[in-house]
Write a protein that binds this ligand. Structure first.
Ligand code: PMP
Length: 385
């Protein structure tokens, strides 16, 4: 009754979404701020003014949304927390300026970056070569590998939680395979510089696709978008769920050369012709047209993160440096599961992974100042027993 393929399925477990009580939710790396007021307005107006747009299929290729995404990247350089804002205008920081114009044909838009990643796995990796990925990274990658029957080669991190780029490269060469990782990485929060990624892609096989997942880049990483003019095999995956305050909207995208965008579009057209619904297209477009708002949210989150890292260090925790909207930290003398449970009892959810090697750590999403003050109060009272 059940297909053989099902044996390879080990579903991803997302951060819990409890209904029993109202928690301060710092467990899924969502943004604590709502979308820009313009998005709320545009979404309401879209439904009111164009009810027939809900009766008809949306644009299957999200053309207008893709043009707005390209425009936003050109305006911000792909690292919102460093973009300079004046009034409602946004300029990329000098170090983030993209040395070419990102065009809409370099963008693929999908139903959240999880779906986009799934199409990327289908399009570019196959069962003949062991895909290289870091040991601790986004835990959906091995799930997709299982789903599509792609063998993996999992490379341990360095002792300081950075990626072992030399080992990743040498294994990818030996396997004749592609590489995927998140930059900055999750759940560690550490990132590679653009120069480090450039050096990696230079020595990787140019006929294998190199995927960089920039879900968290806007909070202080270095985007690899500027490298797209140098490498035709680079695919960058990004999301509206974190820095664009829209996890509920389900929007993700790829930035890559148009040939690879077309390949992913072929996968899309073979699985789900209309992955981005009409309301999400309108909301996403309005978000991209107001990057100044999200730049300010990202800056607030990054400041709060740095303040929280100081607090944890002063309280004796081990904290990994973070370029993201979360921190990965360990309280000496107390297991990660206990830390998670004790914080949960106080009405705050953080994320604990029981995976061996990171079981002593918790991943804490950065919330508003008020939420972080409450968390600090709870953490200050945590005593080992
Ligand atoms: N990539 C990484 C590294 C993530 O942590 C997440 C969020 N869980 C995603 C992609 C997926 O985000 P979404 O599907 O909401 O776009």
């Amino acid at each position: 009754m059940i297909s053989e393929r099902m044996k390879n399925l080990h579903p991803y477990v997302p951060g819990e979404q409890p209904k029993d009580r109202v928690y301060i939710k710092l467990n899924a790396n969502e943004n604590p701020y709502p979308p820009a007021p313009e998005v709320i307005k545009a979404t309401g107006a879209f439904v009111k003014k164009n009810p027939m747009k809900l009766a008809l299929y949306p644009d299957p290729d999200s053309l207008s949304l893709r043009a707005s995404i390209a425009d936003m990247l050109n305006k911000t350089g792909g690292v919102l927390c460093r973009a300079s804002v004046s009034g409602k205008k946004c300029e990329p920081a000098q170090e983030d300026k993209i040395p070419f114009v990102v065009t809409p044909d370099m963008i693929y838009a999908g139903n959240g970056s999880d779906e986009v990643l799934s199409f990327v796995f289908y399009a570019f990796f196959d069962s003949a070569n062991r895909l290289v990925l870091p040991e601790f990274t986004y835990s959906f990658y091995p799930v997709y590998a299982g789903f599509y029957n792609i063998p993996t080669d999992v490379i341990p991190l360095n002792a300081d939680w950075t990626l072992d780029t030399a080992e990743m490269l040498s294994r990818a060469k030996a396997n004749g395979s592609g590489i995927i990782f998140a930059n900055p990485n999750a759940p560690t929060g550490r990132g590679l510089t653009r120069d480090e990624v450039r050096a990696m892609i230079k020595s990787a096989d140019s006929d294998k696709v190199f995927v960089v997942d920039e879900a968290y880049c806007d909070f202080g990483g270095e985007s690899c978008i500027p490298l797209l003019s140098e490498f035709r095999n680079l695919v960058i995956v990004r999301t509206f769920s974190k820095s664009l305050c829209s996890a509920g909207m389900r929007l993700g995208y790829i930035v890559a050369n148009p040939e690879l965008v077309n390949t992913v579009t072929t996968v899309k057209n073979s699985l789900n012709h209309f992955p981005v619904d009409a309301v999400a297209q309108a909301a996403g477009k309005a978000a991209c047209e107001n990057p100044w708002y999200y730049a300010e949210c990202a800056r607030k989150v990054a400041c709060e993160r740095d303040d929280f890292i100081r607090f944890l260090s002063e309280n004796g925790w081990n904290v990994i440096p973070s370029q993201t909207n979360f921190v990965f930290a360990q309280k000496p003398g107390m297991g990660g599961e206990e830390v998670y449970q004790r914080i949960k009892q106080e009405g705050i959810l953080v994320r604990h992974f029981s995976t061996k090697g990171i079981e002593d750590y918790v991943r804490i999403t950065i919330g508003t100042k008020k939420q972080m003050n409450e968390l600090k109060r709870v953490i200050g009272r945590l005593q080992s027993v």
